[in-house]
Design a protein around this ligand. Structure first.
Ligand SMILES: Nc1ncnc2c1ncn2[C@@H]1O[C@H](COP(=O)(O)OP(=O)(O)OP(=O)(O)O)[C@@H](O)[C@H]1O
Ligand SMILES: [Mg+2]
Length: 254
């Protein structure tokens, strides 16, 4: 199918920390402008997997990775990590706006921290455009000079998504982006993911099965570092092939 173009692909990817194998022979495509949910019990390697995609694990002592991650069919592990992070944005479990920066500067943080000079007009376009995309503009437009930390948790998380979107990433990694949020703020983020996916490929770790079912196109089930099952979301929820997936989805463990 033409719309099923993988922009990122893991091939026989293994990750070891101090001789302990954390991820085992992962083979996984991520399709363009689709949402892929990554599920699995605590400690199965979900965060490690998406941090590897954003090249954030490399400072860990005694880490070893084998196999391949191909971004647009180039070896992601051989690319410049800064360039990788421009193409691939990441949002963490707890909203983490920079506490000393204003709302506007938080949106521009990727440029400021990389020493990229922008004109006043470019800054305004990026701040307005990114905040509009996350539905925050109307809520914060009169307070752009105030610190990001004065916002509610849900607004802070949307600010963090705006900060990632400002760099025009091709891929957005979300690590349990709503686990620290109330149901209303969670619903807003879920709507946002649906809106964003026409322009960006989304990979989202979630423990929330309802959320995976509502907003993802594909679901990955990991268990003890192994990819147990990968399917279209409707298929995996309706008829999981593996007993471990079935047990997890029916909350027998996890
Ligand atoms: N920096 C590290 N040093 C040593 N071990 C690590 C490190 N980071 C992760 N691990 C180990 O890797 C395994 C996977 O951890 P990871 O955080 O990826 O799990 P997870 O699936 O995201 O769990 P959770 O659902 O609790 O967030 C765990 O056994 C963890 O102890
Ligand atoms: Mg995690």
């Amino acid at each position: 199918m033409n719309d099923k173009k993988s922009i990122l692909e893991l091939k026989n990817f293994n990750l070891y920390i101090q001789d302990k194998q954390i991820l085992k022979e992962i083979n996984l495509p991520f399709y363009k402008n689709k949402v892929t949910a990554i599920m699995g019990p605590s400690g199965c390697g979900k965060t490690t997997l998406i941090r590897s995609i954003n090249r954030l694990n490399e400072g860990i002592p005694d880490i070893k990775m084998t196999g391949e991650m191909r971004l647009y069919n180039k070896d992601l592990l051989e690319m410049n990590a800064i360039l990788v992070r421009r193409k691939i944005g990441m949002v963490f479990q707890r909203p983490n706006p920079f506490p000393t920066m204003s709302i506007a500067d938080n949106v521009l943080a990727g440029f400021i921290l990389n020493g990229v000079r922008l004109t006043k007009q470019e800054k305004e376009e990026i701040v307005t455009g990114s905040l509009e995309k996350t539905g925050l503009w109307d809520e914060v437009k009169d307070n752009l000079h105030r610190k990001g930390t004065f916002l509610s948790g849900g607004q802070q998380q949307r600010l963090c998504i705006a900060r990632a979107l400002a760099m025009k990433p091709k891929i957005l990694l979300l690590d349990e982006p709503t686990s620290a949020l109330d149901p209303k703020a969670t619903e807003r983020i879920e709507e946002l993911v649906n809106e964003l996916k026409s322009n960006v490929t989304i990979i989202m770790v979630t423990h929330n099965m309802g959320q995976a079912e509502r907003i993802s196109d594909y679901t990955v089930f990991l268990y003890l570092g192994e990819l147990v099952e990968y399917e279209e979301t409707a298929t995996i929820f309706d008829s999981p092939k593996h007993s471990r997936t079935k047990d997890y989805l029916t909350r027998k463990f996890g």
